[in-house]
Design a binder for this molecule. Sequence first.
Ligand SMILES: [Zn+2]
Length: 348
Amino acid sequence: MPTPSSVYLGVDIGGTKLAVNAIDESRKPCCPNWVEVPANSHLGPDQTVAQIVVGLRAYLDREKIALSQVASVGLDSPGPADINGRIEMSANMHPAWEGYQLRENAQKAISQAFGQSIPTSYENDCNAAALWESFAGCPECTEVMALLAPGTGLGGGIVINGKLLRGSRGMGGELGHVEIVHPWFVPGQEVPRCGCGQQYCTEAYASMAALMRLLPGALAMDKWKDHSLNQIQGEDVWRKRAYQVRGLAAKGDELCQSIFDWQSQAIGKLCRQVACTIDPTRIVIGGGFIEGGEALTTRIMGIIRETFKTLAFKKHANEVRIEVARSGDQAGCLGAALSGWQLVHGQK
Ligand SMILES: [Zn+2]
């Protein structure tokens, strides 16, 4: 049973590290910064579950939280996973992850390590982030909200009156794979396929993966063949070059700024599709895309809003708020914790 001193732990499992933070009974974050330990996911799922316990213990020690205060643990991971936290195989994963029941196995390990039964929930990472961003922006839980998070891919999540739209299989809110009509950045070139195999997903335009597919054509254009990005050489050169684009755009580089402008238009077009589908109160933009400093973020948000306004129904153009995410990379961890809070309070 929850008490005023209950603590709800959240574990954000990333590619290389896992982060732990928590919220209290009133759903306030217990601490501004998290505890981080290696995720060890390349060694297999059992090693990651062991690391979850290590991370939780380190957090409880640091924050001087007693075991008796722990009411739940919420987990999130990049997935793909189903609604019960059963992991599906994807590229570059240790084979033992295929079909692994992450939520169930983590719950067993945590309950055993802590000597008490601890309810454990699971969300995919973008859903967890959306859940937290909606709560942070509208604690009354009276909004229809979508999160769009362009980063490595383009993640999404939908929250309606404080509840995630998980869908019937946990596959709801995959907004990055909604198609848009958007001419390719390099004139005359076909739009390269998205990671999912389709051609016109918004993720194929606005993500780090898209940037890596775009740069070879862009940097071969007459106008840009002397661009400083062409001087970067060595192994995995397109990834290295792609990672420089945001910083250069922030400094006003003409090519990099025009790439960001074009990607922002793609996101504005996606906002229109989202508005037609869920009639939102708010659309929140998060992810690495908006972390290039205040000036670049202002420019990006201006283009997203402008593109949306010209395409959307009049009522949507006038009323849907398009806002910057508030919690940065903490959102996943805190959203996982909030998912556990909802589980304990019968609201999941
Ligand atoms: Zn796709």
